[in-house]
Each structure stands twice: as structure tokens, then as C-alpha cells.
Write a protein that binds this ligand. Sequence first.
Ligand SMILES: [Ca+2]
Ligand SMILES: [Ca+2]
Ligand SMILES: [Ca+2]
Length: 443
Amino acid sequence: MYKLFKCITLFILTSLLLTGCYKFSTPEQLIQKPKTNKEKELIKKSIEKFLPPGANLTIPLDCKEAGAINEVDIDGDNKNEIIAFYEEQEKSFEIGFIVLKKINNTWEMMDSIQGEGFDISYASFYDLNQDGKSEIIISWDYGDYTKIQSIYTMDQNKIKRVFNGKHIGIKIDDLNNDKKLDIFLFNYNSKKSIFTLSVYNYNVNKFKLIDKINISSNYEVKYSNIEIGKASKNKKGVFVDIPLKTHSAYTELIFLNNNKLEKAFKNSISKTYQIYPVGSNDIDNDGIIEIGVLTQPVGYEKEALVNIPWINTWYKWDEKKELSFVVENYYDYDEGYRFNLPKNWKGKFTLKECIVKNKKEVIFYSLEKNKKIGNKLLTIVYFNKSSWKDEERKLIEQNKEFIYLGENKNTVFIGFLNNNYINKNKRFFTTKEDIYINFKLLY
Ligand SMILES: [Ca+2]
Ligand SMILES: [Ca+2]
Ligand SMILES: [Ca+2]
């Protein structure tokens, strides 16, 4: 699947290549004049000339921070060099990158580096030691979860490896806003079931360990989602989603305070326990990362876990030691949508998924005294696209109020809001507009 993804993205990338799918190393370079098509064509041709025989351009699996062809100033002359990643998949199974520099209007190869493993799982370019030259940071991937993290720098016109080690992940960010980039390395000791996060700074060609912290896990950490981002308006954190035994997980939020890595919560497992992994994500697009857990709706106490229509409940760090509620959502992964529940319904509703006359319905009910299931609040009905026009006509004839929520390839989603009940019970107040806005197709 990754390969397919790569092929597709590579295709898009090569077609976007000439329209600006470049990486820039400094803000100044962002405003440099766009290259002419002639220049882009020249770069492409030059790369092709210097690639090893049979090699093709490739992009890192995690392509958020680097593409196949990257423009970065790695020698500090304020002009960008070209770094292009390649793989050769027929004979030598070689993977690596080449570095080109523009000399007298032609792109010459400065150096080439052969990597390790079968894939590049991550790459980025940061001037880690603030000497004006960007370093090249790469995760060489062996296909399981063994990864070699390497950092390269330009030294006397040659690429020199300044760091190399086996770690399951690497991330770069200035976590404590001291203008020094922090290098985060993640390790897992399977014998001791300990996941370790270490942070380094790179000063005058030396890597200095700032601090490290252990994160408990009772399960083999084959995957883990690690996000660095805002935990609140002014503070960045490392969000580590850790798997636990069976199928569950939790999220550890870590800060760097006075050069010490510190956990945000005293007992993260109990605070962020997820019976199935939900993890951390900026769910409301406000630039701050939320932590998601699963809430079991009322009425499913005796149901098997897999049959429960779990509600995703999202929280943010409250800038102290706790979490504060953000939003809850219902997901239908088969049909590909998400519905954000009105915030004032939290703890006051439950739901049922049912089939009525061959149509799927999701019905949200009020909870009354002693958590007794009460009235219908909202019904989301799935209409077959081919029959929707007829159904719509009928609804209009019957004067029935409905909310058009959206549609995918085969299905039209319609909401019916129980205005009679909601108007009488102001604690459930919501509007048709809010319901419409809260419904989001995922693809
Ligand atoms: Ca340069
Ligand atoms: Ca540097
Ligand atoms: Ca957010």
C-alpha cells in the first residue's frame, strides 16, 4: 500500500515538480523569484544525468517535510543546492541521494550518498547548529521497525555523516522556543518494554544529550504515532500515542521545561486510556493538538466491545495538569463521514444504529433522569442516491422538515431534527445550521 501511495505521489510530484513542489531552507528563499520552466527542465535533466544507472527518483514515505527533489542551502552560500532521493529496484536495490550545485549555470554533482535499508521513511533539512548550512536528516528504513537515523552535513564540498544510530523514530522541532532546534530520538527496549524519548542539541559539530525520559508500555511498540505541535496557544509538546496490551492505547504528552523532559499528567494511562487507539490530532483545526479517547454510549453495557458505536471524545491540555473537553464525534467509517455532536449534548445523549426499510439510520436519543433513554433528538438517514430525488419529493409533499447533510458516491445523508422536543428542552438547543456544519465527509 505504501508503495502504491508512493507511486501515486511520485507521479503527482513529478508533474508538480515544475510548478513548485520544492523545499526551502530559509524564509528568505521562500520569496526568491519562481524558477522559469526552462530552469526547472534543466534541473530535472541534470538530476537524470547523475542518477545511478537504473535508478528512479523516490520520495520519503513520510513526505510532509521532504519531497523527491529538494532545494536546500547546505553549504551556507545563500544559494540552494539540489538534494534528490533515488532508489534502484531491479539489480542493486540501492537507495540514496545525490547533491547538485549550480556552477557557471550548469548543475554539477557535488556528492552522492548510498543509504541503508529499503526505504526512506523520513527526511528533513534543518540548520541544526545554526552555522548557516542546513543538515540533511534521514530515516533509512529496513521495512520492519528497524530504522537507521542519519544526519549529514556539508564539509569541504563533501557530504559527511555526523550522526548515525538505530532508533525507531526522529523528529526535529524547537520545543521550548529557545531558538535552538531540538532533535528527538525514540527508542524501544523490547526486553524491558520501555519506550524512551531522548532530546539532543547539535552544537559546534557535537550532539549533546539534553535529557531523556521513559514512557511505560506493556506491549511491543511496533507502531507509535508521534506528533510534535502546540499543546496550548503558547506551549509546544510531544504527543506520543503508545499501544497497550490487547488492542488499547494511551497518549503521553511531554514538555521540555528548563531542559528537563516532563510529563503533562501524573497518570497518563488513566487520563488518556483508549480502548481502541484514537490518538492525538488537531480535530478542530485550531492549530492545537487534541487527545482523543473513546466513550461508551449508555445502553451498551453488556454489548461486545466490537459492537459498540463508540463516540470519540476529544480533549486538550488545560495548561495545568488536566484535560478539558473540546468535542465529541460519531464516525461511520464504512460510509466515510464524521458527525460532531452539539457540545451541549455531552453526557446527555445516546445513540442507536439501525436498518429501517433497507435504509440505515443513526438515531441520537436524549438521556433523561437516571440515564433513562428518552426522546429522539436527531436521526441521520442514509438514502440510496438513485432513489433520493423521489424521496425528496415525498418529503416536500409531506411538508417534512429535513437537513441535507451531504452525499458520497452512493448515499445521500439527511438529518431529521426533533424540533418539538428540542424547543421544549432548551438544554438540547441546537440549530439546523449547526447540524449541517457538524457533518463532515471524510473523503
Ligand atoms: Ca548553497
Ligand atoms: Ca548546520
Ligand atoms: Ca485543535
